[in-house]
Every structure is written in structure tokens, then in C-alpha cells.
Write a protein that binds this ligand. Structure first.
Ligand code: ZN
Length: 82
């Protein structure tokens, strides 16, 4: 099964791959954008998405993260600490 939106790119000698410009534009990815790379060893494949802030304790994405001691803490973890 081939995806019509798929693009074939070569990995360079240090492991970089160029993401097509139209994809970066649609996703709003600019130079310096923080990206999260997750490996699915069962597939095997990797998934790349815009990095989102996560709680330093539980790892969940959350609204209302608070900065505590150079980390981000979600409201739920903050309640458990207090
Ligand atoms: Zn948390």
C-alpha cells in the first residue's frame, strides 16, 4: 500500500533527512521548531511531530503547566505534591 503523499528521500551520512518544504509550510514548522521523534519498533517506523510541553513528572501533555524548579509540572502533579 503506497501513500500518494509519500516522498522518497535519502538519509545523509549523519542521519539527516530533508522534510519537503510544502509539508513544513502546512505544519508550520520553521527552522528552530522543536520536533518530537518517536520510534515504533513494531512497525518499524518513526513518527515526527511538533514537540509539545509535557509535565516533567508524569510526562502528560497538559493545559496549565507551571514552571517549578526549571521543570514543568501539570496541575494534577502539583496537587499531589501539596
Ligand atoms: Zn504531571
Amino acid at each position: 500500500m503506497s501513500n500518494p503523499d509519500a516522498h522518497i528521500r535519502s538519509l545523509d551520512e549523519v542521519g539527516r533527512v530533508m522534510i519537503p518544504s510544502h509539508m513544513r509550510e502546512v505544519l508550520g514548522w520553521k527552522p528552530g521548531s522543536r520536533l518530537e521523534i518517536v520510534m515504533d519498533s513494531a512497525a518499524p517506523s518513526i513518527h515526527i511531530r511538533q514537540a509539545v510541553p509535557r509535565c516533567s513528572l508524569c510526562g502528560k501533555e497538559s493545559e496549565g503547566l507551571q514552571i517549578v524548579a526549571n521543570g514543568l509540572i501539570c496541575p494534577e502533579c502539583a496537587r499531589q505534591i501539596h
